[in-house]
Design a protein around this ligand. Structure first.
Ligand code: CO
Length: 264
């Protein structure tokens, strides 16, 4: 058995946001010493931008083809996605096809994304709550800001997360930039409950454009602007979840499960 680990992320062009991937890479190498660890990125646009800057960024398919040429027999793929959305399903499908090719791998196992069970959601919620700035007063609201997708069934994990975090702390909520619940579904409740201040924390692996522009930007349509327009103070936190070791550990547990399924 010649085994490899393939870490797959959407990607980012911001070196600052990329620190989250560096942290995950370091944690993975620590947890699996001596294993072959490779990276791939699912976003075609981000791969093109990185290539224009002279940085190598390959697709999961290219990464798998290379591993196949190098005669690896088993691959565990870890999707660094938050939920099992469109990209995750595309990755699963293509990874499974690689496992079927003649003369190729014996086995390819794709791990689950971050929020794949109630336990994952509760662990993520606890890890995020522990990272809320210590100066926050109990009456002040905290919003975990996810990506979301109104047209995908997995969008429901954000409503589930909102329920789970709300039971841990009634002034902590989950909302998304492109799914349900959105800011407009949550903000009236925050205002009604008498918060003076709202903390925004990314529920995304990296703090990329959605976080810097849609969430924390100075434009009139950003969450920060909408919150300030409601008369509340707003403090955006620009740290992707991948930078928190406690969250990275949940992803690594999913990788451990995938590795344990590999049969020599
Ligand atoms: Co997006």
């Amino acid at each position: 058995m010649k085994k490899a680990i393939l870490l797959v992320a959407f990607g980012t062009t911001s070196p600052e946001a990329g620190k989250a991937f560096d942290r995950i890479d370091a944690r993975t190498r620590e947890a699996f010493p001596g294993e072959e660890i490779r990276w791939a990125f699912t976003s075609r646009a981000i791969r093109a931008k990185l290539a224009a800057e002279g940085k190598e960024a390959i697709s999961p398919e290219t990464a798998l083809a290379r591993l196949m040429d190098e005669r690896f027999t088993h691959v565990a793929v870890l999707p660094l996605h938050v939920m099992a959305g469109r990209e995750f399903h595309g990755l699963c499908r293509n990874a499974a096809l690689f496992a079927q090719m003649a003369g190729g791998f014996k086995q390819v196992e794709t791990a689950l994304p971050l929020l794949s069970s109630h336990e994952d959601m509760a662990r993520t919620a606890r890890a995020m709550i522990a990272r809320i700035p210590k100066d926050r007063k109990p009456v002040d609201a905290v919003l975990f800001v996810g990506h979301g997708n109104r047209n995908h069934p997995s969008d429901a994990v954000y409503a589930a997360m909102n329920h789970i975090v709300g039971r841990m702390d009634p002034n902590v909520h989950t909302a998304t930039v492109e799914g349900y619940p959105g800011l407009r579904d949550i903000l009236p409740e925050v205002v009604n409950k008498g918060a003076r201040k709202v903390y925004l924390m990314p529920l995304m692996a990296v703090a990329g454009a959605h976080i810097h522009e849609d969430m924390a930007g100075d434009g009139p349509d950003s969450w920060k602007s909408a919150i300030e327009k409601s008369g509340l103070e707003c403090e955006p936190i620009l740290t992707g979840m991948g930078e928190y070791p406690e969250v990275a550990e949940i992803w690594l547990d999913h990788l451990r499960t995938a590795l344990s399924r590999l049969v020599p």
